[in-house]
Design a protein around this ligand. Structure first.
Ligand SMILES: [Zn+2]
Length: 55
């Protein structure tokens, strides 16, 4: 599985982690600092989003 980018809203810090699939097929990641999972938001990485807001 690829790595995903996450962001801990408690530590205000992004981190990269593998996703852990728990019993109920719930994909979570644990913050390496505070070891919480509920304060972690998943970030979408490696997505080529072409925003045409400029120009
Ligand atoms: Zn944290």
């Amino acid at each position: 599985m690829p790595d995903y980018e996450f962001f801990c809203t408690k530590c205000k810090q992004p981190f990269t982690s593998h996703m852990h699939i728990k019993e109920h097929d719930e994909r979570v990641a644990e913050c390496p600092k505070c070891h919480r999972t509920k304060s972690v938001e998943k970030r979408i990485s490696s997505v080529n989003v072409m925003t045409s807001k400029k120009s």
